[in-house]
Design a protein around this ligand. Structure first.
Ligand SMILES: [Zn+2]
Ligand SMILES: [Zn+2]
Ligand SMILES: [Zn+2]
Length: 322
């Protein structure tokens, strides 16, 4: 079965492990098919953004980020994927708990012949189990009658998962197996699963960050060569003279001058001589702003975003006239 969704719908509502309604059933996104890898990303800045966004979960007691922030701090590689519009995403039926519309017996499969004789399409129960501590999402487990290996459900009129009554359709009326779902997670953290309807914000809530990305990787490299975040902050404090960081930087930053001269084929002695003959711009260009190191890191990252933002979409401006 194939369904169509817009790219932005998929980006915000069809992330891996997210549940979706489609074609009269409920599904879980199993994977994005052959996603595209995005390379023109400032992974350093992205890493910092991710750390900031995920930090509240690390700080939670007990830590709920699964080691994500520590991995980022340890510089584990960050890869960015984009949707492959031709291949789309792959979903599987979820939760796998289906009910015979006639006798209310529960089945693991959407189709088949029920003990009561019905062959009509079964209804899918919309409840899922989730574990706050590890993020797992599971089909709720409903025990079967030990003797008859069956179970059925009765809805007492509310939509709450805790109110559901499970009973054996073969045992004498009046007996029941369970009230509400109940199970603990099989992860290392342990603890009970919570149950609710699949679209609840408790089950899955996508988070986003906003960043300015250069259209091509070379533009990012040019910003770095021009002095990166440190230079970007100075440039902003000086009033963004030159309009673009990459225009003003060459005249101010010895490292970028060195790079420029190397690119033009000058030898080391000549380069050193030229640089020492220049006025000491390193000091003159230094911003006088006193900032705590963490605040400075934030300011530099954001200044770099501004520098990226004012660059035109990586056009002829970027070509060096050699
Ligand atoms: Zn049935
Ligand atoms: Zn029974
Ligand atoms: Zn768990």
């Amino acid at each position: 079965m194939k369904e169509f969704r817009s790219g932005s719908q998929i980006l915000f509502g069809h992330l891996p492990e997210q549940t979706v309604d489609a074609g009269g059933g409920i599904w879980k996104v199993k994977r994005w098919n052959d996603p595209k890898t995005v390379n023109a990303i400032d992974t350093g800045a992205l890493r910092e953004e991710l750390i900031r966004a995920a930090y509240p979960w690390k700080e939670a007691n007990p830590s709920q980020d699964g080691g994500f922030v520590d991995d980022l701090l340890a510089h584990r590689p960050v890869r960015v994927h984009a949707l492959n519009r031709e291949e789309g995403v792959y979903c599987e039926p979820f939760p796998r708990l289906f009910m015979c519309q006639r006798c209310k017996r529960l089945h693991d499969d959407a189709m088949g012949k029920c003990k009561c004789g019905a062959t009509a399409r079964r209804g899918q129960l919309p409840f899922v189990g989730y574990h706050d501590a590890c993020g797992a999402i599971k089909t709720p487990y409903v025990a079967k009658c030990p003797q008859h290996k069956q179970r059925a459900v009765r809805f007492p009129g509310t939509a709450s998962a805790a109110e559901l009554v499970f009973y054996c359709p073969e045992c004498p009326p009046g007996t029941f197996l369970n009230r509400g779902f109940g199970a603990s997670c099989d992860c290392a953290l342990g603890g009970a699963l919570s149950f609710t309807v699949h679209r609840s914000g408790n089950v899955f809530k996508p988070r986003g960050i906003s960043m300015i990305n250069p259209p091509r990787r070379e533009i990012l490299i040019r910003i770095e060569q021009a002095g990166g975040g440190e230079r970007a902050l100075e440039w902003m404090l000086e009033g963004m003279i030159g309009r673009r960081l990459t225009e003003s930087a060459a005249a101010q930053n010895p490292a970028s001058i060195r790079k420029l001269l190397e690119d033009r084929g000058f030898d080391e002695t000549t380069i050193s001589a030229m640089i020492s003959a220049m006025p000491d711009t390193a000091e003159a260009g230094k911003s006088t702003l006193e900032l705590a190191p963490e605040l400075r890191a934030d300011a530099e990252r954001e200044a770099k975003q501004v520098a990226l933002g004012v660059l035109p979409g990586g056009t002829a401006h970027g070509k060096c006239p050699r």
